[in-house]
Design a protein around this ligand. Structure first.
Ligand SMILES: Nc1ncnc2c1ncn2[C@@H]1O[C@H](COP(=O)(O)OP(=O)(O)OP(=O)(O)O)[C@@H](O)[C@H]1O
Ligand SMILES: [Mg+2]
Length: 273
């Protein structure tokens, strides 16, 4: 039988502080096939990052299970790499050293030269070849984010977990990095799980968009398929009727959840990508 790749089965998550327990997520069911690009949208605090950290294995569900290749995820693993919004590079290490640290942790049997070659290959892929010997404070926000992506991909993960990876970047840098991630997604058959607040980003990048209801006890409200063929050509995609249609669908969902129920009318004037 065909092996399931990534699965969330009736997942719930509660946090307890003192005598108060908050049930953040409840009954979340989702199956992600290999090489699929899935984005998650939903209002702040609904539990998107919590979902991602459980796939990363940094948190465990308090109900149900999160499975990778039909085995329950119990801890972080090199096959599931995470990129957070705030890059989290070590400030006292150069860009190359930051990537090397990840490579060293994974490719323990490689020689020193082979590991160095791996780090350099990924830095080149994200366009940081000329900046690899700089320290994080010496490069721009976009470059730091690229370094974070290079570090994640240098581990040659099967799943890339992105938590608002481009949120802090200007529009041009953001679209450049989106295209880079999309290219790497195709080249490396990566499965991507991305949390974002940017609807256009979700529609442009994804095969499926998961819309979360508000918490507490948040569940999946709706899932839409995004049919554009890959590789995607940005202007052709964003100018298409289908793009506008899916985008409106997402906005309508978010607005309806904001007002607490029913399908709200589509918001009239929200600027396009
Ligand atoms: N370690 C924790 N301990 C206690 N509560 C937590 C913890 N992590 C998350 N929460 C709570 O769980 C809820 C969901 O948080 P989460 O960070 O997953 O939201 P989010 O959807 O990613 O929001 P945002 O869009 O603002 O990033 C919030 O109410 C948050 O306070
Ligand atoms: Mg979050």
């Amino acid at each position: 039988m065909h092996q399931k790749f990534l699965e969330l089965i009736n997942v719930g998550k509660s946090f307890t502080r003192g005598s108060t327990t908050t049930e953040v997520l409840k009954g979340v069911n989702l199956e992600i096939a290999k090489s699929q690009f899935v984005s998650v949208i939903g209002h702040s605090g609904c539990g998107k990052s919590t979902l991602l950290t459980m796939i990363a294995g940094l948190e465990l569900p308090t109900a149900g299970s999160v499975c990778f290749k039909e085995r329950e995820i119990e801890k972080p693993g090199q096959e599931r790499a995470v990129v957070f919004q705030n890059h989290s590079l070590l400030p006292w290490r150069t860009v190359k050293e930051n990537v090397l640290l990840a490579v060293n942790a994974v490719f323990t049997k490689d020689s020193k030269a082979q590991r160095l070659a791996r780090a350099e290959k990924w830095l080149e892929k994200v366009g940081l070849k000329d900046h690899q010997n700089k320290f994080p404070h010496e490069i721009s926000g976009g470059m730091k984010q690229r370094a974070g992506i290079a570090r994640a991909l240098a581990m040659e993960p099967e799943v890339l977990l992105l938590d608002e990876p481009f949120g802090a970047l200007d529009a041009l840098t953001r679209s450049t990095l989106q295209d880079e991630v999309l290219r790497l997604h195709i080249e490396n058959h990566l499965t991507v799980f991305m949390v974002t607040h940017d609807i256009d980003e979700a529609v442009y990048c994804s095969d499926r968009i998961v819309m979360m209801n508000n918490g507490p006890r948040a569940t999946i409200g709706k899932i839409v398929d995004v049919p554009f063929a890959r590789p995607r050509e940005r202007m052709a995609v964003v100018e298409s009727e289908e793009f506008a249609h899916i985008r409106t669908d997402c906005l309508r969902f978010l607005f309806s959840r904001k007002h607490g129920g029913g399908d709200a009318p589509a918001p009239a004037a929200v600027p396009a990508a």
